[in-house]
Design a protein around this ligand. Sequence first.
Ligand code: PBG
Ligand code: ZN
Length: 315
Amino acid sequence: MRRLRINESIRDMLRENTINGDRLVMPVFVDENIKSKKELSALPGIYTHSPESYMDYVMDLEKNRVRSILLFGVPETKDSKGTSSYDRNGVVQKAIDYAKSSTRMNIVADLCLCEYTDHGHCGLVEGGYVNNDRTLEIYQKIALSYAEAGVDIIAPSGMMDGQVRAIREALDGEGFENVIIMAYSSKYSSNLYGPFREAAQSTPGFGDRKSYQMDYSNSMEAMREIDLDIKEGADIVMVKPALFYLDIISKAKELYNMPLAAYNVSGEYTMIMSAIKNGYLGKDTINEAVTSIFRAGADIVISYFTEALLREKMS
Ligand code: PBG
Ligand code: ZN
């Protein structure tokens, strides 16, 4: 076996999996309430942007060879029904429009209510419970507003039953049959979303997300979720988080002949970056982590490491 590891160029020739920059997606936060970009304390090196600073930032990303971004917005006003989520002049809608008119990147937009509701849940709350089907009606309105802004891919992350079908029907009904749906199919109720919630200001005001996001102890259920999303019309399915869930990614790749995305979430970035910053781990840990997600079977990897990985490749 050691003949095939003899030197770097032999190892390069025989490498089975590499990080493919075309398949990386960079998450981007836009916050209507700030005047300039702000570094996130739990995500060193990652910024939340003002609508102004976002404009320069997307141009920089494209210069650094980032091919795709995933947009998240924080609106100026929140209410119990998250009405600012489907405002034609909302924070994400404007960000989509700007990125589409000034770059050639693939623009993916996260579709959820937790950034827009005053209670921070991903759907409409009635009697302390997140109502499924009434939430779907709002998701349809958001989807149409994104489509009108010119989005390429809609990524529903709220884990409501039937969300993919509802969004597909709404899009097709209004002539947006070419808008792609990347479904957060197997999204677990994970401890690893903490740093993201600081950026998106989407921490639930009461309770948790366990009545809609998946129990991290389950894997067969993840396959049922993927199965349903495919039947409902998803174009791309997703497993989230990624690093503690490589078994789920691998099983999904084996069982379904579908483009598969994996979300290398905020807490995974934080764990690795804090260890690197403290000198406990080397920088190549980033490559090892992201490569492992591709090796497990992901076709697309959404990661906060995207920008740094692609910038480094260039220099
Ligand atoms: C919103 C959403 C979350 C993430 C993506 N979309 C947070 C949550 O469900 O609480 C997490 C992303 C990350 O941690 O990087 N539904
Ligand atoms: Zn949500």
